[in-house]
Design a protein around this ligand. Structure first.
Ligand code: KIV
Ligand code: ZN
Length: 523
C-alpha cells in the first residue's frame, strides 16, 4: 500500500456550508490559488447544481488552477452530474464527486428508498459520471451509521461501475476513533475490488473527534483525507487540514505516511481564510492559533531558553509564521508595499497595487506604522470586494456621556451615482449608525453577531469588525476595518448588506436559469 495520503480540501464546499463562511467568486478564487500553493491534491470547489453562483465558482476555479485536481459535488442524479461536468469544463484534472446516503435512517426517512434502490441509484450515477471522466469519487453519506456489509455491497458495485475513490464519511460526527478505524479496515478487506480504488475519510467534529477519527482511518488504510482549513464546516465543522498534516509530519513514527503539503504555507492559508470569512482564528487553536507557540509560565520559558524542544514539538517557522513583521510607514514607497504584498503571498496587478498603496497612505496618516495585518485588511477591503451596491461615504456620531440623551448618527451612503444621507438615533453610537444605515437602504435585517478585534497591538490599532446579518432564509457576514471603530462597524454592516444582496440576486438567477430555487447549502 502506498504511504502517500491524498489531501482533498473541501474548504470551498463543505467548509463554505458553515453559517457565515460564504465567499464570493473573487474570494473563492483567491482561496483556491492559496490552496494550490499549499500543495493540496484536490480542491472541492463547490456543488454546481445548487446555485448559479456555485456553478460559476467551480467553473472559474477549474480554469484558474493548474497543479491540482478540481472536484465538483453532485447528488446521484443525471442533472446534477451533467451540471458538475459542465462546471468543470476546462479543468486540467477534473473529478466528479457523487454522494448518496447508505444508513438505514437516511435511506428510510430522507431518501425514502430501499437498500436495493440505493445500490441501483449509486451504480447508475457512477456509470453516468464515468462516461465523462475516469476520476469519479463515490461517497456513502452517513457511512459510519451504515451497515458495514451493506457498505461493502455498495462499494463493490460502484467500483465495478467506475468509481476510483471511495469515501467513507462520518457525516454526523458520531464515530469513535477505534471503531471508525475498524470500519475502514473492514470495508477495505472485504470489498473484493478495493485495490482498484483509493479509500477516503471525511469526518465531522460533532464530538470533537474529526481529526482523531481521520488519523485512525489513515492508520487503517485510508489514503485520502477530506479536510478543511481551520476545520470550518457544517455544524461543529470538518477535520482540520493543518492538524492532520502536522500530526503526520511530527509523528512519522506513528503514521508512517506523507503528503504533498508545503507546511510553511499552513499559517498563510489559514490566515487568508480567516480574513476572507471574517472569523478570527481562536487563540488556542492547535497549530495556527496565536497562543499555539506562546510560552507564558516561568518554568516553560526557562526550559525554552535552555532548549526549545523542551516545550515545542514543532517550530512556528515550520508552519509559516514569520518572526519578523516588516513595518510600512508614511514614507514607504509603492515598491516597498508591492514587495511586502508579494512576500505575504498576494499576487496583485499594477492597478490593484495602486489601490492598496493609496489606502496605505490614507491609513499611515492616521496611524504611525502599517503592519502586515493592516496591509492584508486593506487588500480585502479595497481589492477583494464584491462589486458593491452600497458604499460608505461618511459617518459621524455624537454621544453625551452620563446623559439620558440617545446617541445620534449621521450617515452618507453611495449607491452607484446616487448619494443617500440620513440622521437618526440609537441606544449607543453603533446602534445609531446601524439604525440609520438600515433606514437609508430600507431593509431591517436581524443583527445575529457583532464582534470587534484589534488587528495589531497599540491604541492606534485598526479595529476589525465582523457583523452577521440575517434576513429571512439568508444570512451574510461582513467585515470592515478602520482605526475608528464606528467607521469599521459601519463598513462591516454595509459589507454584510452587500453580501445579502448578492445572495438574493444569486438565488434569483438560479430560479430564472433552472426554474428551481437555489439549494441553500450555505446560509
Ligand atoms: O459529510 C458528508 O457526508 C458530506 C458528503 C457530501 C461527502 O459532506
Ligand atoms: Zn461533510
Amino acid at each position: 500500500m502506498s504511504n502517500r495520503v491524498i489531501i482533498f480540501d473541501t474548504t470551498l464546499r463543505d467548509g463554505e456550508q458553515s453559517p457565515g463562511a460564504t465567499m464570493n467568486l473573487q474570494e473563492k478564487l483567491r482561496m483556491a490559488r492559496q490552496l494550490e500553493s499549499l500543495g493540496v491534491d484536490v480542491i472541492e470547489a463547490g456543488f454546481p447544481a445548487s446555485s448559479v453562483g456555485d456553478f460559476e465558482a467551480v467553473h472559474a476555479i477549474a480554469n484558474a488552477v493548474t497543479d491540482v485536481q478540481v472536484a465538483a459535488l453532485a447528488r446521484c442524479n443525471k442533472n446534477d452530474i451533467d451540471r458538475a461536468w459542465q462546471a468543470l469544463n476546462g479543468a486540467r484534472n477534473p473529478r466528479i464527486h457523487v454522494f448518496l446516503a447508505t444508513s438505514p435512517i437516511h435511506m428510510e426517512y430522507k431518501l425514502r428508498k430501499t437498500p436495493d434502490q440505493v445500490v441501483e441509484m449509486a451504480v447508475a450515477a457512477v456509470r453516468h459520471a464515468a462516461k465523462y471522466t475516469n476520476n469519479v469519487e463515490f461517497s456513502a453519506e452517513d457511512a459510519s451509521r451504515s451497515n458495514p456489509d451493506f457498505l461493502v455491497r455498495v462499494f463493490t458495485e460502484v467500483i465495478n461501475a467506475g468509481a476510483t475513490t471511495i469515501n467513507v464519511p462520518d457525516t454526523v460526527g458520531y464515530a469513535q476513533p477505534d471503531e471508525y478505524g475498524k470500519l475502514i479496515k473492514y470495508v477495505i478487506e472485504n470489498t473484493p475490488n478495493s485495490h482498484k480504488a483509493v479509500f477516503s475519510v471525511h469526518c465531522h467534529d460533532d464530538l470533537g473527534l474529526a481529526v482523531a477519527n481521520s488519523l485512525s482511518a489513515i492508520q487503517n488504510g485510508a489514503r485520502q483525507a477530506e479536510v478543511t482549513l481551520c476545520g470550518i464546516g457544517e455544524r461543529a465543522g470538518n477535520a482540520s487540514l493543518e492538524e492532520i498534516v502536522m500530526a503526520m509530519k511530527v509523528r512519522p513514527d506513528v503514521y508512517g505516511v506523507d503528503c504533498g503539503i508545503q507546511n510553511e504555507q499552513l499559517y498563510p492559508a489559514c490566515r487568508l481564510l480567516s480574513l476572507i470569512i471574517g472569523r478570527p482564528i481562536a487563540a488556542n487553536k492547535a497549530i495556527v492559533g496565536s497562543n499555539a507557540f506562546a510560552h507564558e509560565s516561568g518554568i516553560h520559558q526557562d526550559g525554552m531558553l535552555k532548549n526549545r524542544e523542551t516545550y515545542e514539538i514543532m517550530t512556528p517557522q515550520s508552519i509559516g509564521r514569520k518572526s519578523t513583521d516588516l513595518v510600512i510607514g508614511k514614507h514607504s514607497g509603492r515598491n516597498a508595499v508591492r514587495t511586502r504584498l508579494e512576500e505575504l503571498g498576494y499576487r496583485l496587478d499594477d492597478e490593484q497595487v495602486n489601490v492598496v498603496f493609496a489606502a496605505v497612505k490614507d491609513l499611515a496618516d492616521k496611524k504611525a506604522n502599517v503592519h502586515d495585518e493592516d496591509l492584508e485588511a486593506l487588500v480585502f477591503s479595497e481589492v477583494y470586494r464584491l462589486p458593491d451596491r452600497y458604499r460608505l461615504g461618511n459617518v459621524s456620531v455624537q454621544t453625551t456621556m452620563g446623559s439620558s440623551m440617545p446617541a445620534t448618527a449621521a450617515v452618507v451612503i453611495q449607491a452607484g451615482e446616487e448619494e443617500m444621507r440620513r440622521a437618526g438615533f440609537g441606544a449607543g453610537p453603533i446602534d445609531a449608525t446601524f439604525n440609520v444605515i438600515s433606514q437609508i437602504v430600507s431593509r431591517a435585517p436581524d443583527l445575529e453577531q457583532f464582534s470587534i478585534n484589534a488587528i495589531t497591538g497599540g491604541t492606534d490599532a485598526q479595529g476589525e469588525v465582523t457583523v452577521r446579518l440575517r434576513e429571512g432564509e439568508y444570512s451574510a457576514t461582513g467585515r470592515g476595518s478602520d482605526p475608528d471603530i464606528i467607521v469599521a462597524s459601519a463598513k462591516a454592516y454595509i459589507d454584510a448588506l452587500n453580501r445579502l444582496d448578492h445572495k438574493e440576486r444569486d438565488a434569483l438567477r438560479t430560479q430564472e436559469a433552472t426554474g428551481e430555487p437555489a439549494i441553500n447549502t450555505c446560509n
